[in-house]
Design a protein around this ligand. Structure first.
Ligand SMILES: NC(=O)c1ccc[n+]([C@@H]2O[C@H](COP(=O)([O-])OP(=O)(O)OC[C@H]3O[C@@H](n4cnc5c(N)ncnc54)[C@H](OP(=O)(O)O)[C@@H]3O)[C@@H](O)[C@H]2O)c1
Length: 344
């Protein structure tokens, strides 16, 4: 059984005396990013839509938050609120975005919101923006060579995203393309991180979309798994990658942030081995076609910068333990406990 990994040793306090802003600070990834930035000594402005909402209390409880974290009210569709949040910051981490396939909720905040963020950053003299994009802007393209790993030169096909009604990938792709375009016009230094599906312990008090990807296999709500494969990465690695590319003077372009690919069946088998007490599906919904392979990728650009990725098995283990510890997933008796109960 894996043991939980500990927080990486705090290296040099490279953020001392430096102020940065993180948009959507209360989200799954952004919360870990705020934590890491505070650990490194940065002063952090976190934008949230409602600073008084108790769902953001976990941020105020982070080490260093009392002295170096301010939560500011901002909405992606309100440029003035972004302008006010970025004023006086040397860097901006743009993580806020809806994570949904509902076009009504997704398209405007992701695309227009990102354009407003880049514009506000340029207007306020921010030195570098790190944008949390997605692998969804990279691999969703039926015309690419499926045997070749996707890299930072690949782009999703917008017509294909529309045709398949993959509005998340559509909006993130247009958002990232607009970010590059506005940054080029405004001569703003932009670096992009493209994470694959992100898992790991939660800091925030609610289950986010990517965590639900695992949760549904533990609660019994998914009776079968789909014939699909995809790549995973640990949330702490995603936060680390953001800080790494922010701090490296020569960082540029897009950085695919991924550990390894699993077929959904393999994911369920690992979960069942680690947590046999849950009703994890054993059957594939598609019993006709061969198992899907999933996209191949390269994470070499981040490895070249010294990134070491947490293995996916560890990542799955920590995700489930965190859901249990937060009371989001009922702890069920294990075989051992059953045995103890029987012999008690
Ligand atoms: N999780 C993944 O697997 C994954 C993978 C690749 C890329 N990403 C990207 O990573 C980023 C963070 O994702 P996450 O998984 O951490 O999602 P999350 O937990 O749902 O967080 C999203 C955040 O965006 C904020 N937000 C949404 N609409 C907004 C708006 N109109 N104005 C201001 N803030 C808004 C939300 O604020 P409220 O709390 O106010 O709703 C929330 O804090 C997103 O850009 C996502 O596309 C995620």
């Amino acid at each position: 059984m894996p043991t939980e990994t500990t927080t990486p040793v705090v290296q040099a306090l490279s953020g001392l005396g430096r102020t940065v802003c993180v948009t959507g600070a209360g989200g799954f990834i952004a919360s870990w990013l705020v934590k890491r930035l505070l650990e490194k000594g940065y002063t952090v402005r976190g934008t949230v839509r409602n600073p008084d909402d108790p769902k953001n209390d976990h941020l105020r409880a982070l080490e260093g938050a009392a002295d170096r974290l301010v939560l500011l009210r901002a909405d992606l569709l309100d440029p003035d609120s972004l302008h006010a949040a970025f004023s006086g910051c040397e860097g901006v981490f743009h993580a806020a975005s809806p994570v949904t396939d509902d076009p009504e909720k997704m398209i405007q905040p992701a695309i227009r919101g990102t354009q407003y963020v880049i514009t506000a950053a340029a207007d306020t003299g921010v030195k570098r923006v790190v944008f949390t994009s997605s692998i969804g802007t990279v691999y969703m393209n039926p015309y690419r060579d499926q045997n070749k790993p996707v890299d930072d030169t690949c782009w999703s096909d917008l017509e294909y995203c529309k045709k398949t009604e993959n509005w998340y990938c559509y909006a993130k792709t247009v958002a990232e393309q607009s970010a590059w375009e506005v940054a080029r016009m405004r001569r703003l230094d932009l670096v992009v991180v493209n994470p694959v599906l992100v898992l790991g312990p939660l800091l925030q008090p609610t289950v986010n979309a990517s965590t639900d990807h695992v949760m549904k296999y533990l609660t019994g709500s998914a009776k079968t798994y789909v014939n699909a494969a995809q790549a995973y990465v640990h949330v702490r690695d995603v936060a680390e990658a953001h800080v790494l590319v922010y701090e490296a003077p020569g960082a540029h372009g897009r950085y695919i942030c991924a550990e390894s690919t699993l077929h959904r069946g393999e994911l369920c088998r690992i979960l069942a081995k680690l947590f046999p007490e849950y009703p994890i599906p054993t059957k594939c919904k598609d019993e006709v076609n061969p198992p899907a392979i999933g996209y191949k990728f390269t994470n070499q650009r981040l490895k070249d910068m010294g990134m070491e990725f947490v293995p996916v098995l560890q990542c799955l283990y920590e995700t489930v333990k965190s859901l249990q510890e937060k009371g989001m997933l009922p702890v069920r008796p294990t075989n051992d406990q059953d045995q103890r109960l029987l012999t008690a």
